[in-house]
Design a protein around this ligand. Structure first.
Ligand code: ZN
Length: 271
């Protein structure tokens, strides 16, 4: 990794170790690591929004150190005795500093106390298992109990096959929690980032009062390879935020640099 930006393990891994340059995943331009981080991991040449981990997203959205984490003790177990699952969990706990694929709690955004949950694609691809379902559900219930606005930042590689039906039922559970929350007239902003696929898209991600995505984010149910196997040619911008906006699936595309202000404005508007 010499010559590239690398991430620390643990709570401080959001602090990128500044070495020399990073290579843009989209256009290949070499970018000074310091400028890359300063520009919120967005390529200054092609505007490609690179992956951010959960702690980086948290820092992007909330006021200072206002975050109080909840349910940090929840973690996945290998109930199906799926081959190599425990090793993968252990590996990604060490890699991300998270105990599960989602960080959740209460923080202030623009001065407004807000319930927040943020996924991390670095933890087994951000796939959705029992823990993410439980954390999302508890976050929604907490928001409702305290009449707080809710922000969920989605990133997901689909449902977690290593947890089988236990993972799949999280769609119904989180969707039911969203329905109760909506019925009570509180306000949910769904922020969708690249990539968000599978059960997340089919449940809580798509149930926001407002759904906003980052530019270029891939959002869908079945991934493009699965869909391509069913038809000869995929349309341009298939499953990209820009195409989904055109078709009314999302409400807005917001540049990463403007996301915090947009979320703050929406919360203020809904009060
Ligand atoms: Zn680029």
């Amino acid at each position: 990794m010499d010559g590239e930006a690398v991430l620390d393990n643990g709570q401080n891994r959001a602090k990128t170790e500044l070495l020399k340059t990073v290579s843009c995943r989209n256009c290949g331009t070499q970018i000074a690591a310091e400028a890359f981080v300063k520009n919120l991991k967005v390529c200054q040449h092609c505007d490609y929004h690179h992956y951010m981990n959960a702690y980086e997203r948290l820092n992007l959205l909330i006021d200072g150190d206002s975050f109080e984490e909840y349910d940090a003790h929840l973690y996945s177990i290998d109930s199906l005795e799926f081959p190599e699952y425990p090793q993968k969990l252990e590996r990604d706990i060490a890699k991300t500093g998270l105990r599960s694929e989602m960080l959740s709690g209460i923080a202030k955004i623009g001065g407004y106390p807000t319930a927040i949950a943020i996924g991390d694609v670095g933890f087994i691809g951000g796939t959705c298992g029992a823990v993410i379902g439980e954390k999302v559900t508890r976050c929604i219930e907490r928001a409702l109990e305290n009449r707080l606005p809710l922000v969920i930042v989605s990133v997901s590689g689909g449902m977690r096959m290593q947890e089988g039906t236990l993972a799949l039922m999280q769609m119904a559970k989180t969707a039911a929690a969203c329905a109760v929350y909506a019925k009570n007239g509180v306000f949910y902003i769904s922020v969708v980032t690249d990539p968000t696929f599978g059960g997340a898209t089919a449940s809580y991600t798509s149930l926001g009062d407002v759904i906003i995505a980052e530019p270029g984010a891939r959002i869908g149910f079945a991934g493009p390879l699965a869909v391509a196997s069913l038809r000869e040619e995929l349309p341009e911008n298939f499953q990209k935020a820009e195409s989904l906006l055109e078709h009314g699936f999302i409400d807005a595309i917001i540049h990463r640099a403007d996301m915090r202000q947009m979320v703050t404005d929406l919360i203020a508007f809904a009060r």
